[in-house]
Design a protein. Structure first.
Length: 597
């Protein structure tokens, strides 16, 4: 989890805080009169009769209002001013588990004195395992948080603790995968339990239930959002699921596939890391990725009617479309900084065409070619794709997230029964580089025994049946980067199409997907990655205003700081009107390409 958060922060980089944001279109609800007293907060510790009889509130203390703080360090965003609130720490379902581990579902709940009458569940990330901030990240790189807007906010660890549940011989922080109940809690159970308990505590504190309930998360948090809409449709009125890992186990297989493809480049060049493994991070230099990014733009940039460094028509930016431009930059002789080798091009094609068995069965989705694979050497937006797929070029050993977090999760969580892999000495990377994709169906399916109910089903977030969520008026907004290196937007699109078919072509009545060209995982890349999708969701839930487009802004560090673009509800895409400034959203209109009408 820590690796994920560090990589996420690095991918958005220092420039993320260097320029002023476009004002966020946040919905600030009318706030109630001054809320309960300090005594009422402290009294929560003695609360009994909460849902799930094992729930215990360990701490409840008043936290005074805090002023806004500037960015903490070179990568941290500024902290907005926070209101006075009751800070609650709680636990439930404490138990002894597998391998002598102690487990519990822990949560953090913040109850503002001036409450807007609404509940906000903050999604997790990576494999969770920590409490989270419970400040209420709104996604889209917004300058404020839900708590500052008056929401009661909860976050939780999904039933395991990265400090307590950490065995370096059994997957490190993924050791919870060896405990069947911990898998279920991580997959789905803890979110429902914590949401229910939080709403009950809210009633105890304010004397009334939330008027509306919202969930927002990215990556694993995005998967949680989709899972909640499918399994617990009555919990939330609105869900914001960004870059969702809806087929997370299969995506983990694809991580191994990608790593193997890049390892072949390193092996061919005789590049080994400190553990004597192929140095995946040395497979491409930053300059190599920059050359590939330029080739992609030369092939696909103009398809949307504007040569602007962004690929809006990404669905048709396929390997076939890009191949001639890749051929043009392939070295005729020895490898140098002005070209890429034939082995490098072959690896890229293998990765972008998606993980496949020897019989050509798809183990995971393909990927769209996009400019976010690289950028100007030294610029912040170059890092997001590389950190996941390759790792920092200068690292002494394989440090790609695919070969750390991904490679440790695959044997511990997504293979059933789990396989004990030591985390020391490059153990996780060795497992991923040797993983047989031909066996992915068998490996990801329970073989019986105590893990019967914790096979792929426990992570299921790909059901197209959202009828219960739709029928009670629920609204779902998704945003996904086209250059996401860990969850393919093409996978999310195929899922949305399945939902659309299941709803007779009317999925857009309650679920909308917004592609973000150039954006890496959750943020970063040469993109307009600052957008108020949460405000759009609230408008839809509470005002009935369905979002056709969300205005997004490019941050400093991109080629065009301050540029704005409309993010369009799929299948529409931003098309240049033919007149006006290329840097402003007003010059673009959301249109459905003729081929898909």
């Amino acid at each position: 989890m820590n690796r994920w958060r560090i990589a996420f922060v690095v991918s958005i980089a220092v420039a993320a805080c260097a320029s002023p944001l476009l004002p966020a279109r946040q919905v600030v609800h009318a706030q109630s009169r001054v809320g309960p007293s300090d005594a009422a907060c402290a009294a929560l510790v003695a609360a009994i009769g909460l849902p799930n009889a094992t729930t215990r509130i360990q701490e409840a203390t008043m936290t005074p209002a805090a002023e806004a703080k500037p960015a903490g360090g070179p990568f941290g965003p500024p902290t907005p001013a926070l209101p006075e609130h009751c800070h609650v720490l709680g636990r439930m379902a404490e138990r002894a588990g597998a391998n002598g581990q102690h487990y519990a579902i822990a949560f953090r709940l913040r109850l503002p004195t001036k409450w807007n009458g609404r509940f906000f569940f903050e999604g997790g990330g990576g494999s969770n395992g920590n409490l989270g901030s419970a400040l209420g990240a709104l996604q889209g790189q917004q300058p404020t948080v839900a708590l500052a807007l008056g929401y009661a906010v909860v976050s939780q660890d999904s039933g395991h603790d990265n400090q307590a549940n950490n065995d370096p011989l059994h997957g490190g922080t993924q050791t919870f995968g060896f405990d069947p109940q911990a898998r279920i809690d991580f997959g789905y159970n803890s979110y429902d339990q914590v949401a229910t308990a939080s709403k009950a505590i809210i009633v105890r504190y304010y004397g009334r239930p939330p008027e509306k309930s919202y969930f927002a998360g990215c990556s694993e948090g995005g998967r949680e959002g989709l899972m909640l809409a499918q399994r617990y449709p009555a919990q939330f009125d609105g869900i914001l699921a960004c870059s969702p890992g809806l087929n997370l186990p299969r995506a983990a297989v694809a991580e191994a596939w990608d790593s193997q493809a890049f390892a072949e480049v390193a092996r061919t060049s005789g590049l080994l890391d400190a553990n004597k493994q192929p140095a995946v991070n040395k497979a491409f230099t930053d300059e190599d990725l920059r050359l590939v990014s330029r080739a992609v733009l030369e092939a696909c940039d103009a398809m949307d009617g504007a040569v602007d460094g962004m690929v809006q028509d990404f669905v048709v930016c396929t390997t076939a479309a890009v191949a001639p431009k890749l051929s043009a930059i392939t070295c005729a002789g020895a490898k140098n900084d002005t070209c890429v080798s034939a082995v490098q091009v072959a690896a890229l094609k293998k990765v972008f065409d998606g993980a496949r068995t020897s019989k050509r069965d798809a183990a995971y989705a393909a990927w769209p070619w996009d400019a976010g694979i690289g950028g100007k050497v030294g610029e912040s937006y170059n890092m997001g794709w590389r950190i996941w797929k390759l790792g920092p070029y200068g690292a002494p050993a394989n440090a790609a997230i695919n070969l750390t977090l991904g490679a440790s999760a695959l044997p511990s969580i997504f293979v059933t029964p789990p396989v004990a892999v030591p985390m020391l000495g490059g153990g996780a990377a060795a497992y991923a580089l040797a993983f047989d994709v031909n066996q992915y169906r068998a490996a990801l399916t329970s073989k019986g025994g105590e893990f019967d109910q914790s096979s792929l089903e426990f992570m299921k977030a790909d059901s197209a049946d959202l009828a219960a969520f739709r029928n009670r008026g629920g609204k779902l907004v998704m945003a996904h980067g086209v250059s996401d290196p860990v969850f393919s937007i093409l996978d999310t699109i195929e899922w949305w199409k399945a939902v659309d078919r299941a709803n007779g072509g009317h999925a857009a009545d309650f679920a909308r997907l917004f592609a973000v060209p150039g954006m890496n995982h959750c943020a970063g890349g040469p993109s307009t990655d600052r957008f108020d999708a949460f405000g759009a969701l609230v408008d839809w839930v509470e005002k009935g205003v369905a979002p056709d487009a969300i205005i997004a802004t490019a941050r400093a560090g991109t080629p065009w700081p301050g540029r704005t673009r409309p993010l369009c509800a799929y299948p529409a895409q931003a098309r240049f009107k033919g007149v006006g400034e290329l840097e402003t959203a007003d010059s673009f209109v959301c249109q459905i390409p003729v081929r898909t009408r």
